[in-house]
Design a protein around this ligand. Sequence first.
Ligand code: GMT
Length: 378
Amino acid sequence: MKIGIVCYPTFGGSGVVATELGMALSKRGHSIHFITYKQPVRLEQLNRNIHFHEVTVPEYPLFHFQPYELALSSKLVNMVKLHEIDVLHVHYAIPHAYAGYMAKKMLEEEGISLPMVTTLHGTDITLVGNHPFYKPAVTFSINHSDVVTSVSESLKKDTLNLFKITKDIDVVPNFIDTSKFRKGFTDCQRHLMADEDERIISHVSNFRAVKRIGDVIRIFDVIQKSVKSKLIMVGAGPEKEMAEALVAELGLQEKVVFLGESNEIDKILCFSDLFLLPSEKESFGLAALEAMVNGVPVISTNSGGIPEVNIHGVSGYLAEIGDVQAMGDFGVKILEDNDTLKRFKENALEQAKTFDIDIVVPQYEALYEKALAEIKKA
Ligand code: GMT
């Protein structure tokens, strides 16, 4: 199949999922066309089955806002015609499903049918998409997609509660390639980051308010009072300065390291003993799954889709949003003795395996077939 994938090319979860999906589909023999404004960060390499088409928006002084949707939908039309793309998979409703719908309509005029699969990722529904300025367009583009998927049961429920949805929503969870786990390197080089008797705790995110970065620091503060440990903060975003100030205020400068955005998440997770995800909202929590596949237990909130990924008392622990004391105490419980930590690490990996890429990618393939069949019927 020739599949067009539209996504954000940045470090965000939706772009990571779209990129990993495209790479997996290409290995299964499909021809993948990424259509976006920059080569996706996780796109390891282009090969004969992977193509990248850059969307550029010509600047014009009259435009106060550059019309990306217009450029994207035109690019989609051109690429679908040129490469005879069979199906379009858009990740993140805003503005991708909207631009995809416009492309579909333009192509229809030329007698070309293009089925569109839209995957909802979370903030496109629960935060941004829900804003009255966007809501009608988001509702419209979801209802006019041929197939709609959401990354968790929780997000499906939120979508049905927040929008007037007339389409069925298929839940296809995020996934992980368990075969890649620690293949690239054999030594985690843990000694570079911490002393032998020190535990390493990590957090990876885009440092937005929804991630409750302050709670990450406060949970660590609770843990480090009982267990000798270090916190590694990976990522960049609006809450970073506040986090740095809080670290100074709590006197934790020697124990907290800010690494910025990184392409070496697996290496960092390789030497981590615990992962913190105290988010206010999380439709799935891909960062938690990436930690778990590296054998890192997770302390998280119980919000959104996280309980579908992190299992309380098995792969980690969950607590109410903002309950830093409980999350810190749970962290201590996991870290304070080697046997408990070993058990949680093993459990985390086992739980991650239930989201293996080979289980999930065929579900998308089946939905592409369904979308193609439906459009043929129409
Ligand atoms: O977590 C973010 O803020 C980034 C965001 C995105 O759109 O890239 O992540 C969302 O999609 C991920 C992939 O499906 C999910 O794992 C995240 O839980 C979800 N984030 C939120 O719902 C806040």
